[in-house]
Design a protein around this ligand. Structure first.
Ligand SMILES: C[S@@+](CC[C@H](N)C(=O)[O-])C[C@H]1O[C@@H](n2cnc3c(N)ncnc32)[C@H](O)[C@@H]1O
Length: 503
């Protein structure tokens, strides 16, 4: 390892420590391990045509310069003149300090810089920021999409992560025949928003190789995605072109290798299926990998057991017998439920569930007994109530951090038939919701911020993605059952359970 590289690794560690996980997520700041950076450069360089003169190399999101270092170390292979772009001034300054004597470092937003690149490059190597779309503002998305569209002729979906804009937006920075290699999340191969990138890779450039890393072989100890390396040459493909797909921990010595025709990839919305990779190892996480999903409670008579809290209080019923519960989805316009200092939801109308489970009538205070005695016959004789002992007992459900309205239509008001609600209160819910409980094996290892991220990802799912596991009735009514929701792929996250299994 060179002295410069040793210095870089020390500073990288300090910079990483100085940032919170949230800050690093927002700019996708996860450095490439040095060995992997060298392997990526060496393998992609094999596709470079023999040439005389210096090669112009572009690193569009260089950080402290893992790939600059790798290119320098492979200098016997590549006689290179490197340009690195980096948005974060602290990282750009470090790169300038360490590599500045033989590398041009530009402190800028790559997607703004790429709108008017100063020259064409022969080799691009990158681990672009993996920033999920909900961290990008509408203004950013619109201006990045313009650059991507102008540069490549392909416009990303609004649900695409930042790396998709980077790949498309870099196209006109590349000379004809240039080679580009990208370390990116592998989910683009199977999710809807990945279709633009898949089309770009099959129609606009000549895709040479896709290497998929094992899901349990995370290349970054702190990033929560499964990675792949995509390498292509900047010219249009021939009709009979074949793409090399490889799988395993090492690019140089993959566990599996397969050649897949472009025609097969062009017709497929699921590239991993073409590769017939073990889906457990390579496919995206499903909702069921993260949550146990159950319906909310069925009271048997909601209008009797659930009322605004102040109505129960006015009858003299004390808080000991009341539990917060969310109103029905029809009366719940909020997508996020805030909490007061007693765990009750704020701004949802303070609905309360009368829950005397575990108390016999003898032990109940007068006001509660009086209310129960006022139950009309239709309540006592309802099917569920009749089957319970005592008749006023309720099912017990702890609070769930995320709920889903499991039935709905796309309307003028909303493009989504299903709503995911982030619940920060202690409220339970009726069976007009599905309740998403964290799986016990991950419950203690995830943060509220992580749950927020998952909630955003769930809320970004297209209705058709959810319905493809659920069902649609005449008239456009769409419905999803707990087991069906569990099968819905959730792009962008690895199950922390898989990561925990590594330790
Ligand atoms: C995944 S890290 C990779 C860093 C470095 N290339 C490496 O491999 O270690 C992505 C880098 O992109 C930078 N970045 C984020 N948004 C950017 C943008 N719009 N333009 C340029 N760099 C950006 C981040 O600050 C971060 O340093």
């Amino acid at each position: 390892m060179t002295q410069s590289e040793k210095r870089r690794l020390l500073v990288q560690e300090e910079l990483d420590k100085s940032r919170s996980p949230q800050e690093r997520n927002r700019l996708g700041q996860f450095a490439t391990p040095p060995r992997l950076a060298r392997e990526i450069v060496q393998n992609a360089a094999k596709l470079l045509p023999k040439r005389s003169g210096r090669m112009r190399v572009l690193e569009p999101s260089c950080g402290t310069g893992a790939f600059i270092s790798a290119v320098n170390q492979c200098i016997g292979l590549i006689d290179a003149e490197v340009t690195g772009v980096e948005l974060d001034a602290a990282f750009a300054n470090v790169a300038q300090d360490i590599w500045g004597d033989r590398t041009k470092i530009i402190n800028d937003d790559f997607l703004l810089w790429a709108a008017n690149p100063e020259s064409k490059f022969d080799f691009l190597v990158a681990n672009p920021p993996y920033v999920r779309h909900h961290h990008l503002s509408q203004i950013q998305k619109a201006s990045y999409a313009r650059v991507a569209g102008k540069s490549s002729g392909f416009s990303p979906s609004g649900l695409a992560g930042l790396y998709v804009y980077f790949i498309l937006g870099s196209t006109h920075c590349l000379a004809n025949g240039a080679v580009a290699t990208w370390l990116i999340p592998s989910e683009f191969m199977s999710v809807n928003y990945g279709s633009t990138l898949r089309n770009f890779l099959t129609d606009r450039v000549t895709l040479g190789r896709v290497h998929i890393f094992r899901a349990d072989d995370l290349q970054f100890d702190d990033a929560q995605v499964t990675s792949c390396v995509v390498t292509y040459t900047n010219h249009r493909p021939t009709a009979n072109h074949e793409v090399l797909f490889t799988f395993g921990s090492s690019l140089t010595a993959p566990d599996r290798t397969e050649s897949i025709s472009l025609v097969q990839l062009q017709g497929s919305p699921k590239w991993l299926k073409c590769f017939e990779a073990n889906s457990d190892e390579t496919d995206v996480t499903t909702v069921g990998d993260l949550f146990n999903i159950r319906r909310g409670i069925a009271t048997g008579a909601n209008d009797f057991f659930i009322r605004p809290r102040n109505e129960f209080c006015a009858l003299g019923i004390s808080a000991d017998y009341l539990k917060p519960i969310l109103p029905s989805p029809r009366n719940m316009p909020l997508s996020e439920v805030a909490v007061d200092d007693r765990g009750w939801p704020i701004s949802t109308g303070s609905h309360a569930l009368l829950d005397c489970t575990g108390y016999s009538e003898r032990n109940l205070p007068g006001p509660v007994l009086a209310y129960l005695n006022s139950a009309p016959e239709r309540v006592r004789s309802s099917y569920l109530v009749r089957g319970r002992t005592p008749w006023y007992a309720q099912e017990q459900r702890p609070t769930a951090p995320i709920l889903c309205t499991y039935m709905g239509r796309i309307s003028g008001k909303s493009n989504n038939a299903f709503r995911f609600i982030r619940n920060r209160s202690l409220a339970t819910a009726t069976n007009s919701y599905l309740m998403l409980f964290l799986r016990p094996e991950i419950a203690n290892s995830v943060t509220q911020e992580w749950i927020d991220d998952i909630w955003h990802s769930l809320s970004s799912l297209a209705t058709k993605t959810i319905v493809s596991e659920g069902r649609e009735y005449g008239g456009g009514l769409k419905k999803i059952e707990p087991k069906e929701l569990a099968r819905v792929p959730l792009p962008g996250v690895n199950s922390p359970a898989k990561e925990l299994a590594l330790f």
